[in-house]
Design a protein around this ligand. Structure first.
Ligand SMILES: Cc1cc2nc3c(=O)[nH]c(=O)nc-3n(C[C@H](O)[C@H](O)[C@H](O)COP(=O)(O)OP(=O)(O)OC[C@H]3O[C@@H](n4cnc5c(N)ncnc54)[C@H](O)[C@@H]3O)c2cc1C
Length: 471
């Protein structure tokens, strides 16, 4: 069906939502509860990336990988596993499919049950600033909300058009353990899949163009992550230039120039983990007059309004976040502003995210290097997890924790907890940051023993000026 050939009369709603990702369904629920008529359009799977090919399935698989890892380590804890440890990849996939499917069905059922909400299946595209066409129907509303998310970016790499490469989406169909998984890209997605499949039994090589893994983190954090992965037998090749791929079937090869040496890695599977791009090129944005930036992200203001009155963009497609929690926070901002008379802004939120390798990295605010670049008088408290009793007791002593503060204003600027429970522990710092508490407040808090969090006050009592890398 083309945009020019609608077969049904125009249907008018108070609001149209394009995409049932992490913001759209919650917005539909709020609008419905407020008595508005809503149309929500989904062209593929309810719940979008997070539920189907992102957070939910990967974290489910990370849990299987952790179980395999701990089974291999059982003897360290005085536990005997007889008969060896075997990973049944079909069972891992079924568990993942069941958990992901439950979440997807839950969203779909919720939307279909909403009062005054019509669910459309199909690709939506603008016909004008107030009209959207989907599967032959023209929908009209004065308020339109775009929540179309993104997908894996496929770089122009020589040979890619001739090999059966994988992305985070096609990885979801794997029900065998690859003999050797070659991963192009050493950031969040690549590292999570890398460690997970190493623990399932694959040989894993990660090829990264930059000089270190997760290059936006502080060097000590990045180095500790590198150690975690290589200690499990993952090969990491950095400074890779001119990456190309070739071969056929399960005899694939990735070539690159690494540190002035030629690299050729033979493997059975190639995963591309080289970033994301927004799903905005086939939305008919020109027909609506909505602006995109050079990378395709929809341009929005601090309250998520586009340049066209009555059109908002939420989630990954607006380039203001790349996480489920940022998309959901976008929903909260828009709903509060439209329905509760609030004036919430994106700039009120503090950057926070996690990297779900094991141990996980929890991050809040800025890194120490970024704090220095911004001109703060930076104080840092750091501690290796080998000196954290809870980590020692659990036999999980990889990683480090650090807190970054401004020595003059006493403001907490950021923190990183790479260690057991790091994704949860980070919230005690994050919440103090939201409360705008000067760091002595958190330093004097009594935390529970034995926990990783009990060392956050200790770190704050041991602050030192950040060393100048040039001296
Ligand atoms: C491997 C991986 C792991 C991740 N892990 C995490 C994690 O642990 N924690 C975290 O916070 N984030 C994680 N993320 C990121 C997270 O998945 C995304 O940030 C989040 O899903 C973005 O939500 P969204 O609402 O912007 O869009 P999406 O969830 O992508 O949803 C967009 C929806 O819009 C639909 N759509 C697109 N175009 C149209 C159209 N024209 N018409 C109709 N429908 C359309 C799509 O089909 C999709 O369902 C991960 C991502 C990946 C790839």
């Amino acid at each position: 069906m083309t945009i020019d050939a609608p077969v049904e009369p125009t249907k008018t709603y108070d609001a149209i939502i394009i995409g049932a990702g992490q913001a759209g369904p919650s917005l539909a629920r709020r609008f419905s509860a407020a008595g508005m008529s809503v149309a929500i359009v989904e062209r593929h799977l309810f719940g979008g990336t997070c539920v189907n090919t992102g957070c939910v399935p990967t974290k489910t698989m990370v849990a299987s990988a952790y179980a395999a890892h701990m089974a291999h380590r059982a003897a360290d804890f005085g536990v005997t596993v007889t008969g060896g440890v075997r990973v049944d990849m079909k069972a891992v996939k079924s568990r993942k499919d069941a958990i992901s499917g439950q979440s997807r069905t839950g969203i779909q059922t919720m939307l279909k049950g909403l009062k005054n909400c019509t669910v459309y299946l199909g690709h939506a595209a603008f016909r004008s600033a107030h009209e959207v066409v989907v599967a032959g129907s023209v929908l009209r509303a004065n308020r339109i909300f775009i929540n179309v998310g993104g997908r894996a970016a496929v770089p122009p790499m020589p040979g890619l058009d001739r090999i059966p490469y994988l992305t985070n989406s096609s990885m979801m169909g794997l029900d065998e353990v690859p003999r050797h998984l070659i991963i192009v890209g050493g950031s969040y997605v690549g590292l999570e899949f890398g460690q997970m499949f190493r623990r399932f039994g694959s040989e894993v090589t990660i090829i990264e163009m930059g000089p270190r893994l997760v290059g936006q983190e502080d060097e000590d954090v990045s180095a500790a992550i590198h150690d975690v992965l290589t200690s499990e037998g993952i090969t990491v090749r950095l400074n890779a230039r001119c990456i190309s791929v070739g071969g056929e079937g399960q005899n694939l090869i990735a070539r690159a120039e690494c540190d002035r040496q030629s690299l050729a890695v033979e493997g059975s599977h190639v995963l591309l983990a080289t970033g994301r791009r927004p799903n905005t090129e086939d939305l008919g944005l020109d027909a609506a007059g909505v602006n995109r930036d050079a990378r395709g992200y929809i341009v929005v203001n601090d309250q998520l309004e586009t340049n066209v009155t009555g059109i908002w963009a939420l989630g990954d497609c607006n380039g203001k976040g790349a996480f489920t929690h940022t998309s959901y926070n976008d929903f909260e901002i828009v709903a509060a502003n439209l329905l509760d008379g609030a004036s919430r802004r994106v700039s009120d939120r503090i950057q926070a995210y996690a990297l779900y390798i094991d141990p996980p990295l929890g991050r809040a605010g800025v890194t120490a290097s970024e704090a220095r670049r911004r001109g703060h008088s930076v104080l840092v408290g750091t501690r290796r997890m080998t000196s954290v009793s809870r980590a020692v007791e659990k036999g999980e002593t990889h990683g480090l924790m650090k807190v970054v503060v401004d020595g003059t204003s006493q403001e907490i600027l950021g923190a990183a907890v790479l260690g057991t429970g790091g994704d949860e522990v980070i919230h005690c710092v994050l919440d103090a940051m939201y409360a705008k508490a000067p760091y002595p407040v958190l330093q004097r808090a009594m935390h529970i023993h034995p926990t990783v969090s009990e060392f956050i006050p200790t770190l704050l009592a041991e602050l030192k000026p950040l060393e100048d890398p040039d001296h």
